[in-house]
Design a binder for this molecule. Structure first.
Ligand SMILES: Nc1ncnc2c1ncn2[C@@H]1O[C@H](COP(=O)(O)OP(=O)(O)OP(=O)(O)O)[C@@H](O)[C@H]1O
Length: 283
């Protein structure tokens, strides 16, 4: 199979040394590891390249809106004390790229040094699947307690986001990262070799919107519960911990949880109205 060749980067990233390193290619954007100002300061760079199959004016407008909306959400959340990457720079009129002129939009963010929660849970579950029978009752309880504590921290982080008036719109364990502490003692102490330590950081606000509606908040919770249920079956029985963490995070949590319990949540994309609201300046 031919090796994937990402689109040419917009300036100035087409001439930086070392060159940005492609980490992932998402539905809309490409995520690179690069640096900010000095090579010793790592940064995450999200590039939304132009889409040749879209009408050029529409393409430019949509790409621009998405990157500005994500940057606004992040800036607001940093101000509110929610754990998300800080915005370092952005340009919705990126020059260069494959075509002369418009080269896509980009957003540079603070680099989060740590794994995504999906990888942590996958590694832990894989180890447990193979080796759990070799653990004694106390060790087993300790292992489960670590994952329960992680889920509780995730619930708390999500509650903090909702308290700030933002819903994520695309919550999976791939959009949650753990910021590694200076000294990670857990990986060595656990027979699994997997650490669940670190502050939970929410990422990828490409589909986020402003809302304080219980229904929108309940959708975030529901989507995350579903994602955990389908990708992390061994952690699913501990979902109550996530709910507990969420419940403790803010006063509005109780009615959101009631909404989640009472009604099956409609899984529809955010309404055009909600998306439009997101483009308005944040107060
Ligand atoms: N600030 C960051 N620091 C370190 N790594 C990051 C950061 N942001 C993202 N990543 C890594 O890049 C991956 C992809 O990021 P993200 O989900 O934001 O992009 P995407 O899926 O391309 O976005 P979109 O869904 O908007 O197209 C993450 O799963 C994570 O591994």
């Amino acid at each position: 199979m031919a090796e994937y060749k990402p689109p040419a980067l917009p300036a100035p990233f087409n001439s930086t040394n070392p060159a940005p390193e492609l980490l992932t290619q998402g539905a809309e954007g490409h995520l690179y590891k690069t640096f900010s100002l000095d090579p010793s300061i790592p940064a995450a760079l999200k590039v939304r390249p132009s889409k040749p199959y879209r009408h050029p004016i529409l393409d430019r407008r949509l790409t621009r809106q998405r990157i500005i909306q994500e940057a606004r959400c992040l800036a607001k959340l940093v101000r509110e004390g929610v754990s998300v990457p800080a915005v370092l720079a952005l340009d919705w009129e990126g020059q260069g790229g494959d075509e002369a002129g418009w080269g896509g939009a980009w957003l540079m963010m603070e680099w989060i040094d740590g794994p995504v929660v999906r990888v942590v849970l996958e590694q832990w579950e894989a180890w447990m699947k193979k080796n759990a029978s070799s653990l004694d009752a106390a060790q087993l309880e300790q292992e489960n307690a670590r994952v329960k504590a992680l889920l509780r921290r995730i619930g708390k982080a999500l509650g903090g986001l909702h308290k700030a008036g933002v819903v994520h719109g695309d919550l999976t364990t791939s959009n949650l990262m753990l910021r590694l502490p200076a000294e990670d003692t857990e990986a060595k102490a656990s027979p699994t070799g997997v650490s669940t330590q670190g502050e939970v950081v929410l990422i990828d606000f490409g589909l986020a919107s402003q809302s304080v509606q219980d229904e929108d908040r309940a959708v975030d919770l529901y989507v995350l519960e579903r994602a955990i249920g389908s990708t992390h079956p061994r952690s699913e029985p501990f979902m109550e911990e996530l709910v507990h963490g969420y419940r403790e995070s803010h006063r509005g949590a109780i009615s959101t949880l009631k909404r989640l319990e009472d009604n099956p949540v409609p899984l529809s994309p955010p309404s055009p109205m909600t998306m439009t609201e997101c483009f308005l300046p944040y107060g």
